[in-house]
Design a protein around this ligand. Structure first.
Ligand SMILES: [Zn+2]
Ligand SMILES: [Zn+2]
Length: 172
C-alpha cells in the first residue's frame, strides 16, 4: 500500500497540516499516511500547494499514481522540485541554530544563520544508516576529499548571488 495519495476531499472537515486552514469538500488534497501512532495508519492532509512544498517526494509519488486532472500541475511540480532541492545533500544552508559542531574543527557553527555545509555521514555501528553532519564552509574541503564535491555542493545549494560569491571564495 502506498504511503501517499491524492484524492478529492470527501467532506469539508479536513484541515491542512501545514497552513491549518480547512480543505474544501471536493478539493484535491494530498494525503500522507503515518503508522507512528496507529497500526492501521492515520492520514494527514494537505492542500496540494502546501503538500508539494512540505513533502515533495510524497507529492511526486502521489501525482504519478493519481489518474485525473490536476489543475496547475506544472506549477505544483515546480514547487515540489524547488522544495526537494532544499533537502539535497550535500548542500549549504543557513544554520537554524548555533548548536551544531563542525565535524572538522569541532567548534560550534555559530551564530544562528551562519552558512554551513550539510553532509551525510554513516551512523557508527549501523551500516547503511546515515544522518546529517555539519561543517564550516571553510572546513568542508579539509574534511571531505571526494572529487567534485565543491561543484556538487554549490550546484545543490539555494544561495543568493552575494552568498554564492562568499561561499565560492571560502570553499577551497
Ligand atoms: Zn494548506
Ligand atoms: Zn570547522
Amino acid at each position: 500500500m502506498s504511503d501517499s495519495k491524492i484524492e478529492s476531499a470527501k467532506t469539508g472537515r479536513s484541515k491542512c497540516r501545514k497552513c491549518r486552514e480547512g480543505i474544501a469538500k471536493d478539493e484535491l488534497r494530498l494525503g500522507i499516511i503515518s503508522y507512528q501512532f496507529d497500526t492501521d495508519g492515520s492520514w494527514t492532509w494537505y492542500h496540494l500547494p502546501c503538500g508539494a512544498a512540505l513533502n515533495p517526494e510524497s507529492f511526486e509519488t502521489a501525482v504519478q499514481e493519481f489518474d485525473g486532472e490536476i489543475s496547475g500541475i506544472e506549477e505544483l511540480r515546480a514547487t515540489a522540485r524547488i522544495a526537494a532541492r532544499k533537502n539535497l545533500i550535500p548542500r549549504i544552508e543557513a544554520a537554524p541554530s548555533g548548536r551544531a559542531s563542525c565535524l572538522h574543527c569541532k567548534e560550534k557553527i555559530k551564530p544562528k544563520g551562519t552558512l554551513r555545509v550539510v553532509v551525510e555521514r554513516e551512523v557508527e555501528d549501523s551500516p547503511g544508516l546515515t544522518r546529517p553532519g555539519y561543517l564550516h564552509v571553510g572546513c568542508a574541503l579539509r574534511f571531505v576529499e571526494a572529487e567534485g564535491f565543491r561543484e556538487e555542493v554549490l550546484a545543490n545549494s539555494d544561495l543568493e548571488e552575494e552568498q554564492r560569491k562568499i561561499v565560492a571564495a571560502e570553499l577551497k
